[in-house]
Design a protein around this ligand. Structure first.
Ligand SMILES: C[S@@+](CC[C@H](N)C(=O)[O-])C[C@H]1O[C@@H](n2cnc3c(N)ncnc32)[C@H](O)[C@@H]1O
Ligand code: SF4
Ligand code: SF4
Length: 398
């Protein structure tokens, strides 16, 4: 599928992230331990600063459109939220949308997060990233931006984003962040329309000088729910994820499937077939990353303050206007359920790989309306022995 590339970083990627379009290394510097002994801490928070957007993408999980959204969090509420997050953790804060740059207070919010020691990153759409705004990103402490490229050509990308000039705007935005020396990564949502073009998209991303390329698997939610005909068959996802695995050491940048939890099962199966066990010593952060991190080390806060395990599972876990984020993080029932993977339904509940994968809770929900159900895009059949072992473990804990 793809020509040979120079070897990347054998034995792990120094800049490997924590999933979900992860933006490089972990959170801010841990100067003092403020975790209060918590086992579960956020490492990455997607912070939807506005749902308003100048694109109209066919797959958009937020079904975002341009215009004023009522009731969005105010500057003060967002500042307070940052303080709450920083009081017990140091995650990467993804300033996202919609188009986060449509907010007037964007630089003040970024600066405030930086001052609090949080690692601030941003997911703009492209049109608003001029050389001047790229400098403002640097000045406010933003450490990396992500851009989406969903097609290898202008036509294919613009058809997906449904705005003429979208592809050109991303290319200009990339030139501008490069001029000011700001790191960027590229995200690509994988559907039938671009599956065959992935090698070309990867080549493009490398030639542009990105630090990382993160292909996202489609989650059929928001406008994405109408894309049933664009969903790739589970068997083809298996092939694509195996190709990602094979490519990861051939490319000079981090190449990491996102919201494709069973990639981590395939990763281990492939390494094990070569007689290699996956440990932090041999594989760095790749060994420590988990497939789905929603509610475990990842959270999403909506434009109106609703907390979710991620942006793709629209199940409210709390509201930062009513209680603190830290309280929601510690006590939300949904978050607790995400951390108890022995209780997941179907194959994901007893699979030998559940600790490193977990299946996509949002895709399960999109298919059956139960986020505890098994990942619909996974073809793996765990063993009966694994089922018995899980049942015995649960019985012993009762
Ligand atoms: C937080 S969004 C970034 C927001 C930004 N406005 C954009 O679209 O580039 C991160 C990635 O999720 C992707 N995404 C949005 N809806 C999706 C869906 N339903 N399934 C899978 N990926 C999706 C976006 O294309 C983007 O690459
Ligand atoms: S069955 Fe579930 S936990 Fe196991 S590999 Fe598939 S998606 Fe992951
Ligand atoms: S539920 Fe799915 S979309 Fe959400 S974080 Fe987990 S893998 Fe990603």
């Amino acid at each position: 599928m793809h020509g040979e590339k120079p070897k990347g970083h054998p034995g792990g990627h120094p800049g490997a992230g924590h999933g979900h379009g992860a933006f490089g290394k972990g959170g801010g510097p841990a100067v003092t331990d403020k975790s209060g002994g918590r086992k579960w801490l956020p490492k990455l928070i997607a912070w939807e600063l506005t749902r308003s957007c100048n694109l109209d993408c066919i797959h958009c999980r937020a079904a975002a459109r341009f215009g004023k959204y009522p009731n969005e969090l105010t500057t003060e509420e967002n500042m307070k939220f940052l303080e709450d997050v920083a009081s017990f953790s140091s995650p990467i804060m993804i300033m996202t949308g919609g188009e986060p740059m449509l907010r007037d207070d964007i630089w003040d919010l970024a600066k405030h997060g930086t001052k609090l020691g949080l690692r601030m990153v941003m997911s703009p759409c492209g049109f608003l990233v001029t050389e001047e705004t790229a400098r403002k990103m640097i000045d406010s402490g933003i450490q990396r931006v992500s851009f989406s490229i969903d097609g290898a050509t202008e036509e294919s990308h613009d058809n997906f984003r449904r705005v003429r000039g979208a592809f050109a705007s991303v290319m200009t935005a990339i030139e501008n962040v490069k001029k000011v020396g700001l790191d960027f990564q590229v995200n690509t949502t994988v559907t039938k329309h671009n599956l065959a073009d992935l090698p070309k998209i990867l080549d493009l991303v490398i030639s542009l000088g990105a630090k990382a390329h993160h292909p996202f698997l489609l989650v059929p939610t928001g406008r994405g729910a109408d894309l049933k005909d664009q969903e790739i068959a589970p068997e083809d996802y298996e092939k694509a994820l195996t190709w990602f695995y094979n490519m990861r050491e051939k490319v000079p940048i981090q190449f990491k499937p996102t919201c494709a939890p069973h990639y981590y099962r395939i990763f281990r199966q492939q390494e094990s077939a070569k007689g290699i066990s996956v440990t932090p010593e041999t594989h760095g952060l790749d060994a420590m990353s988990k497939g789905c991190m929603g509610g475990q080390s990842f959270a999403f806060v909506s434009n109106t303050g609703k907390v979710q395990i991620c942006g793709f599972l629209e199940t409210e876990c709390g509201d930062i206007r009513k209680e603190s984020f830290v309280k929601i993080w510690d006590t939300s029932k949904v978050f607790q359920q995400m951390r108890a993977w022995d209780d997941y339904n179907g194959r994901c509940g007893y699979c030998e790989f559940r600790k490193v994968c977990g299946g996509c809770r949002a895709r399960a929900f999109a298919f059956t309306k139960d986020y505890m159900d098994e990942e619909p895009f996974c073809t793996y059949q765990p063993s009966e022995a694994a089922k018995k072992a899980r049942d015995a473990k649960k019985a012993a804990n009762e």
